[in-house]
Design a protein around this ligand. Sequence first.
Ligand SMILES: [Zn+2]
Length: 345
Amino acid sequence: MTALGGSLGSAFLAACSGSQGGTSGQQGTTDGASGIDYMALVNKTHALPEGWEDAVEIVTFTSSEDWDVDVEAKAYDAYLGLKEDLEADDVYVDLDSAYRSVAAQQEIVDEFTKKYGEEYVKQYVAVPGYSEHHTGLALDLFLIIDGKGVYYNEEMVKYPEIWEKVHAKLADHGFILRYLPGKKIETGYSYEPWHIRYLDDVDAARQIMDEGITLERYLDELDPMTADCEVDYGASKLYAEPDMDSALDAILAEFKNWDGCTLQRFAFAGDDACGADELEYVNGLREEGAEAFDQAIVFTTDFHSPSAEKSEGTAWEPDTDYKDWTWHLGRTGADGSWELLTWGY
Ligand SMILES: [Zn+2]
């Protein structure tokens, strides 16, 4: 579930969005000529286009698990086609949640801030106005396996072979897989096999799925600072991709201050670099009185410094490749967020 993610169950979230539903719901109207741009990009840096909520046509239906789901009308029709297509292959899916209004997202932010604090909300909850679910075109699926709904994120990821079948049929119905593995640097999100996006354009969807690219890259809307960055998570027994993605977040937050620099490579330094010596090293760097870290992680990056003109007043040699810059992070508990402690050669 994009907007909230983490270990929270989708069912709870679906209940959240469902209880907000019905404000603009029009049961059964699915042929609307709404004035929305089906290719619109909404992500952490691109807000929902103005006027969208007035223009979008939303339908409401009840899922097999008995909660209400609001979804954009054409996307809903396309979803029914996808569902039928999958059922012919004995793959069963249903809709967990789709449309979520900006106001509903604000309520989630308020509620979660009270419950879990600002830090948590910053990490896991989309900023109102910047969630793709506001479009009504982003659908979170869940699986039905042996007649039972499987909708918790931790459970859903255990069925890669089923997701592969789902993903193979998306483009035929004008959908794409939105948050690809290893592409957080482009989309802002870790891999979500269940989050699909309707484009109302089968050719564009086919191209995106065939090439395995993100919507950001297809629309040429990548952040120039990281657009050409190669990401290499390597093979790790210590850390899974979401662990590395949250470290990437911490590193990018710093790197974005390096005006004019472009990131060329971002690579996990390997399990051997994250052992007891490294843990001792990062613990030596932590704030006085802070809880000790019990995990350490190291990344290396290559980047290019800006031109002479733009490098003025910075520590960079102008127009130069910097190789194997090292970043050291620590965290407390596997659910904690990484703290960036030091970086450099
Ligand atoms: Zn989602």
